[in-house]
Design a binder for this molecule. Structure first.
Ligand SMILES: Nc1nc2c(ncn2[C@@H]2O[C@H](COP(=O)(O)OP(=O)(O)OP(=O)(O)O)[C@@H](O)[C@H]2O)c(=O)[nH]1
Length: 451
C-alpha cells in the first residue's frame, strides 16, 4: 500500500503560488473537457491543481473547492507515486502509470490509470494535463473472470479425471476408430487383446484385430456407418489377438464428429462365455443327455433337411426305427446303471457302423432312429441293418453282460412310403412293431399294409 497517499497535509486551495487555470480554448473544448468519460485535471508549473472536470470530481469524491489549489508536491511525502511522476511531467516528460491511492490525503482511495501530459506554458516551464481512468472496477472484473476461469479449469480437470477413471475402469473395451485405425483404446480393450498398455494400440489397423472370417463383416459395418446408412450398429465378430488367440466379441458403435472428422466410437464386450453357454444350451436342447446322440428334435430337423435335399436331387433315403429286444431284463437283472451302460454302448456301436452323412438319434427309452441318405433301394438298407445287428450284439458282450441283445428294426423309404417326416417315422415305427411281433432281431420294411 505504498502507493496509497495518506499524508494529511496538502496545499490549501487558493494559496499564493497558484497560477490561474488555463482556460479551455472555446465552448467546444469546454464541452469536451466536461463531458469526457475520463477524469481530467490541469496542474500548473508549480504543481497546483488549477482545473478539473466532473468525472475527476466523482473519481476522487471531493468537492471542486478542495481540489483546486491542491498541490501533490506540497506533501512532505511528495515521494508518493503521483508526486514522483508529476515531477517528471513538470520536467517535460509524458508519463503513464497505474496506482491505487487517495488523490488528496485522507480522500477516497481509488485505483486509476494516470496519463500526465506536459504542456509548455511559457519559457522552459511546463504545466500538466492529467487524464485519469478509474480501473478499479475493470480490475475487479478481470480478477473475477480470472477466478472463474481458474474454477472452471479446476472443474474441467476434475471432470476429465472422473471421466477418464470411468473409461479406464470400465468392464467394456472402449474404442475410437478414425480412417480404419484405432485412435483411442481403454485399458480393458488392451486387456482383452493381451496388449500391455492401451497406448500400444494407438495407430493399429482395425483389421489386424479381427480374425479373417470376420473382416468382411467389420468392413461392411464400418462402411455402412460412415456412409450414414446406419447410425448405430451392434454386431458380433471374432477378434484376433496379437498372440494368435481368438476372442468372441460384440461391438456396439456409432459415428460422431470429433475435431471435425467422422469417428466411430463404441464399446466391445467379450461374449466368449455367453457364446459357450449358448452353444452348451443349444447342444443340450438337441441331444440326449445319456448317450449324447441327437434327440428327437434334431432327428426331425435333419430329416426335414434331408427331405428338401432328396426332393432337389431326386434321391431316396431310408428311415430306420430301432427298439431293443429284452432290454427291460437287463435293467431288472443288472440294475438301471448297467441298463444305462448298455444304452451308451449301443449308441457307440450304432455310430461306429454308420457313415458320417447318416444320422443316429435316441428317441427315448430303448428306441433309436437312423437316417440313411442317398440309398438306391432295400438291399443297401439291409446291408446296414445286418451291420447294426452285429454291432448291437457286441454291446452287452463288451460290458460282460451274459444276456445277448438285439434290436427290432422297421424301415420306411422316401419317397416310396411318403414325403413327410412324421409319416415316414410313424411307418417305420409300425414296421418295427411288425418285426418285433415276429421275434427278436428282425427287420421289416414298411409296406402297403402300413397306414
Ligand atoms: N437303464 C435305463 N432304462 C430305461 C431308460 N429309459 C427307459 N428305460 C427302460 O427301458 C425299458 C423299455 O421297455 P420295453 O421296450 O418295453 O422293454 P423291452 O424289455 O425291451 O421290451 P421289448 O421291446 O418288448 O423287447 C423300460 O423298462 C424302461 O424303464 C434309461 O434311460 N435307462
Amino acid at each position: 500500500m505504498d502507493d496509497i497517499e495518506q499524508d494529511p497535509k496538502g496545499v490549501a486551495p487558493g494559496h499564493p503560488g497558484m497560477t490561474p487555470a488555463p482556460e479551455p480554448q472555446g465552448i467546444g473544448d469546454r464541452f469536451l473537457f466536461d463531458a469526457s468519460p475520463f477524469g481530467i485535471f490541469v496542474i500548473d508549473h508549480t504543481g497546483s491543481v488549477v482545473d478539473c472536470n466532473p468525472i475527476f470530481l466523482s473519481i476522487t469524491a471531493l468537492p471542486r473547492e478542495k481540489l483546486i489549489g491542491f498541490n501533490p508536491l506540497g506533501s512532505p511525502r511528495g515521494r508518493t507515486t503521483l508526486g514522483a511522476h508529476l515531477r517528471r511531467a513538470l520536467a517535460g516528460e509524458p508519463v503513464d502509470f497505474e496506482t491505487r491511492h487517495a488523490f488528496i490525503p485522507g480522500g477516497k482511495i481509488h485505483q486509476c490509470r494516470y496519463v500526465l501530459q506536459p504542456i509548455k506554458s511559457g519559457g522552459s516551464e511546463f504545466s500538466v494535463l492529467g487524464l485519469v481512468e478509474e480501473i478499479g472496477r475493470r480490475k475487479k472484473q478481470e480478477q473475477a473472470v480470472l477466478k472463474a476461469t481458474k474454477t472452471l479449469k479446476r472443474q474441467l480437470a476434475s471432470e476429465t479425471a472422473r471421466f477418464r477413471g470411468l473409461v479406464d475402469q470400465s468392464l467394456a473395451g472402449i474404442y475410437m476408430i478414425r480412417d480404419g485405425q484405432l485412435v483411442y483404446a481403454n485399458q480393458m480393450l488392451a486387456q482383452l487383446y493381451g496388449v500391455p498398455s492401451a497406448a500400444a494400440f494407438i495407430g493399429t489397423s482395425v483389421f489386424d484385430l479381427v480374425a479373417p472370417e470376420s473382416r468382411a463383416t467389420m468392413q461392411e459395418y464400418m462402411t455402412r456407418r460412415l456412409t450414414g446408412d446406419i447410425s448405430d450398429a451392434r454386431y458380433e465378430f471374432i477378434g484376433l489377438r496379437p498372440d494368435g488367440g481368438l476372442l468372441e466379441l460384440e461391438a456396439h458403435g456409432r459415428v460422431v464428429e470429433i475435431d471435425g472428422q467422422p469417428t466411430i466410437v463404441g464399446v466391445i464386450i467379450d461374449i466368449s462365455a455367453r457364446k459357450a453357454l449358448e452353444r452348451e444350451l443349444n447342444y443340450q436342447a438337441l441331444h440326449d443327455d445319456l448317450t449324447c446322440l441327437p434327440n428327437r428334435k434334431l432327428f426331425f430337423d435333419r430329416m426335414n433337411q434331408l427331405i428338401r435335399r432328396a426332393r432337389r436331387e431326386a434321391s431316396r433315403f431310408a428311415v430306420l426305427f430301432l427298439d431293443l429286444d429284452g432290454f427291460k431284463t437287463i435293467n431288472d437283472c443288472h440294475g438301471h446303471g448297467s441298463g444305462d451302460q448298455v444304452l451308451c454302448q449301443v449308441a457307440r456301436q450304432l455310430s461306429a457302423c454308420l457313415r458320417e452323412s447318416d444320422t443316429v438319434a435316441r428317441l427315448g427309452g430303448d428306441e433309436f432312429a437312423i437316417l440313411l441318405p442317398a440309398i438306391n433301394g432295400p438291399p443297401d438298407v439291409e446291408r446296414v441293418t445286418d451291420a447294426i445287428q452285429a454291432r448291437i450284439a457286441l454291446a452287452t458282450k463288451e460290458l460282460g453282460i451274459p444276456e445277448p441283445i438285439s434290436a427290432s428294426i422297421g424301415i420306411s423309404l422316401y419317397p416310396d412310403q411318403g414325403e413327410d417326416a412324421d409319416r415316414l417315422l410313424a411307418l417305420a415305427d409300425q414296421a418295427m412293431y411288425r418285426a418285433k411281433s415276429q421275434g427278436h432281431g428282425l427287420v421289416c420294411f414298411a409296406g402297403a399294409g402300413e397306414k
